[in-house]
Design a protein. Structure first.
Length: 271
């Protein structure tokens, strides 16, 4: 990995040493710089958990990605710096059900105490979370709870101004309370290959239901989904219908920094 290029991509200019300050700084930088998005699926481009592929997409072409792409590249960068990192498989809680095993990727970073690092949960986790903290962990208006029951660990994320769980694809990305379940078994990147294929091909995957792009801001979130552009700022929510491919391309470029050819919405790619 070209570590310096990666750090420049996420907008991090601090010390690259294996300390809590560095972990927090890199996590925050990624949170506000790299969109969560699944745009390759409808365009027929295969998504992979592969260092070279992910680096080219996220760093060289300044794209985003979904959890397996974003978090795996973040893990590789942390290891390059010298952090001790376990890669963990997780399951997202959605509409009262669990997603398939290992359909989400989480990192446990070992410092003086273990920390949860997660830059791929829809861009929802603003900073690393203390694994062993049972009180609410608060960063601005964003709130997190880490709980456990035996070998099962649960992370719940809350944001202001967002609709409740359920409904459209854009609502699911912006749900006020989102949770996932994990166990502490370390995994290799190769173990995520089959579920990565499932996430981008199965009609039961939420990622095959349409394009979703989301990026956190200090006061809220920007989301483009189902031809709607939604701006959440503090407790306010504005929604705008996107009526053309040209307008969609402009929003992707100007608000998310993503440059892609206009997509004919009658096109379904590999789906």
């Amino acid at each position: 990995m070209n570590l310096q290029s990666y750090l420049e991509r996420i907008g991090y200019s601090g010390e690259a040493t294996p300390t809590l300050e560095t972990l927090r700084g890199m996590h925050r930088a990624h949170f506000y710089s790299v969109p969560f998005e699944n745009l390759d699926i409808r365009r027929g481009v295969r998504i992979q958990v592969d260092e070279a592929v992910n680096f080219d997409k996220i760093v060289r072409r300044r794209r985003g990605g979904f959890c397996l792409e974003l978090t795996s590249l973040f893990a590789r960068a942390l290891r390059e710096i010298g952090f001790i990192v376990d890669v963990i498989g997780a399951r997202v809680v959605r509409d009262g059900t669990l997603s398939p095993p290992m359909s989400h990727m989480v990192l446990i970073v070992h410092l003086d105490e273990p920390w949860i690092a997660d830059v791929g949960f829809g861009g929802r986790v603003a900073e690393p979370l203390r694994l062993n903290e049972r009180d609410e962990q608060v960063f601005g208006a964003r709130r997190y709870v880490v709980a456990n029951d035996g070998d099962d660990w649960f992370v719940t994320c809350s944001e202001p101004g967002s609709p409740t769980i359920g409904g459209s694809a854009s609502d699911s990305v912006m749900a006020a309370n989102r949770s996932y379940l994990l166990t502490m078994q370390p995994r290799s990147f190769q173990e995520f290959h089959s579920v990565c294929d499932w996430l981008q091909t199965s009609p039961d995957s939420r990622f095959t239901q349409g394009d979703v792009v989301s990026l956190a801001t200090p006061s809220g979130r920007l989301t483009l989904a189902e031809r709607r552009f939604i701006v959440i700022q503090n407790e306010s929510r504005e929604e705008h219908e996107v009526t053309s491919g040209d307008e969609e391309s402009r929003i992707l470029r100007d608000r998310f920094g993503i440059k892609l050819p206009k997509l004919d919405h009658g096109t379904t790619g590999r789906q």
